[in-house]
Design a binder for this molecule. Structure first.
Ligand SMILES: [Zn+2]
Length: 56
């Protein structure tokens, strides 16, 4: 199952999540970025880091 940990992109944050698919995982990450990190949209450089940090 794909998983993501916020600390893996250098954030001082304990958020970790898993989802059955990478698309659902990205949705959860986007929601977290919005609520916890005040990112209305995820900037392309952060998005690249997120994709590289996703464990499959
Ligand atoms: Zn976070």
């Amino acid at each position: 199952m794909p998983s993501f940990a916020c600390k893996d992109i250098g954030m001082d944050c304990k958020f970790e999540t898993t989802a059955p698919t990478e698309a659902e995982l990205m949705k959860k990450i986007a929601e977290h970025a919005m609520s916890a990190h005040k990112m209305a949209t995820i900037p392309p450089d952060v998005m690249a880091k997120v994709k590289a940090a996703i464990k499959k």
